[in-house]
Design a protein around this ligand. Structure first.
Ligand SMILES: [Zn+2]
Length: 413
């Protein structure tokens, strides 16, 4: 085995760094509340940059507040091999979602620094701004601007519930950088992340080699019946939009089960008009969310939704307007990046499986413009976006070793 192959990260140091970042914006239940571009986010960013500078990295910031910390390679004309994630959290978030990916990348570079390993291409850690989207919607906006999916002026203009804009808050905390977002080259991007689902834990695997992300379709469905008196209108002949909606909710659940495994479908939002206890509901608007890694399955599910809604409408004598409001095709990660992760995992001897990401991530945006893949590690009970979110040091360390060796493979090719 070569000296390079024997290189291992320091799991304790990685753990301590995660806990140090968690000091900024602690949650009430032991997790984290560090919304994007708050003072707590600034403090976490400042400490991260201090750590990077301590090991000789040069730091640059773009005008979406994305941070790139660079360790030079032998050939600095090559585009850097970049790894990272996000430091912001949900209001009731955990200590690991996002933070792990940033600090695993930092730990990888710290290990290279400790061992005087110089890569051919430069290596970098990235922190993406506002991944969570809980203060400034939509989520993954800064990686989205990087990938050309959103206009920067739009991103700067979105405001939080107090009317403060993302652009003003970037300036206020001192993270409106001078590089145009998207101009900083990325040779390849790797993102390590907790799984945020139960599959690795259930299958007793330490590493998920992520090959892509799910596609999703979002719909608004309006059902129109007729308002009428709850006491004097006999049951036959009613045009109750809410009873029709109940059938739609069951239909959506059944649809996902019909396309099992791998399909999910959800009604998560509903408004009932006039929402009065003694009036038969004349109108209901509800959301439908369907996801699957396969575009053809999504197309088939779409056709099924349309025909099943038509049948429900018929049965309840109501009318329906089904509007598709968003269509995100499935994401396929780069074969060379997947291979780098997969061979690092196998060389390190970690039990693993290939999987598709159920959640959205910055990597799923950036993969539109740069070769990308992801590494998942288990989290307890698959729980995330919850203060109880937790992960084991041994798994975090394993994912970090995989990340470092995949970075080495890509940087030295
Ligand atoms: Zn995340």
């Amino acid at each position: 085995m070569s000296e390079l192959q024997q290189l291992r990260v320091n799991g304790e140091r990685l753990w301590d760094s995660i806990m140090a970042i968690a000091e900024f914006g602690p949650g009430e239940q032991g997790g984290s509340c560090r919304l994007a571009l708050t003072d707590e986010d600034r403090q976490a960013r400042d400490l991260f940059i201090r750590w990077c500078e301590q090991i000789g990295c040069s730091v640059s910031i773009d005008d979406m507040g994305n941070i790139f910390a660079r360790r030079d390679g032998r050939n600095n004309d090559l585009a850097p091999i970049v790894a990272g994630s996000h430091l912001d959290t949900q209001p009731h978030g955990g200590k690991f979602d996002g933070i792990y990916g940033v600090l695993a990348a930092l730990e990888a570079i710290r290990t290279l620094h400790d061992n005087n390993v110089t890569t051919e291409a430069p290596v970098e850690v990235v922190v993406w701004t506002n991944e969570e989207g809980s203060r400034f919607a939509p989520a993954m906006i800064a990686s989205g601007v990087y990938a050309g999916l959103f206009e920067k002026e739009f991103a700067w203009s979105i405001s939080d519930s107090d009317g403060k804009t993302l652009g003003d808050e970037l300036r206020r905390i001192g993270y409106m950088g001078d590089i145009a977002c998207g101009d900083h080259a990325i040779g390849a991007l790797l993102e390590a992340h907790i799984e945020q689902g139960p599959i690795l834990e259930a299958d007793n695997h330490q590493i998920g080699v992520v090959i892509g992300g799910q596609g999703q379709h979002w719909y608004d469905l309006t059902l129109k019946g007729q308002d009428s008196h709850a006491g004097s209108t006999p049951m036959p002949g009613r045009r109750d939009a809410l009873v029709a909606a109940a059938d739609v909710i069951s239909m959506v659940q059944g649809l996902a089960l019909d396309f099992a495994p791998g399909a999910v479908a959800t009604v998560g939002e509903m408004s009932v008009m006039p929402n009065s206890r003694n009036t038969i509901p004349g109108e209901v608007v509800l959301s439908i969310d369907i996801r699957n890694p396969d575009e053809q399955v999504l197309t088939d599910m779409d056709a099924q939704i349309r025909s099943r809604v038509a049948a429900i409408v018929d049965k309840h004598s109501v009318e329906a307007e089904l509007e598709e409001i968003w269509d995100k095709p499935p994401v396929k990660f780069d074969p060379a990046c997947i291979a780098a992760v997969s061979s690092a995992t196998n060389a390190l001897g970690y039990s693993n499986q290939q999987m598709v990401s159920g959640a959205g991530h910055d990597a799923c945006q950036v993969c539109m413009v740069a070769p990308t893949s992801m590494i998942f590690v288990p989290c307890a009970g698959g729980l995330s976006h919850n203060e109880q979110e937790s992960a084991e040091l041994v798994d975090l360390e394993a994912g970090c070793n995989v990340l470092m060796h995949a970075m080495l493979t890509l940087a030295n090719r």
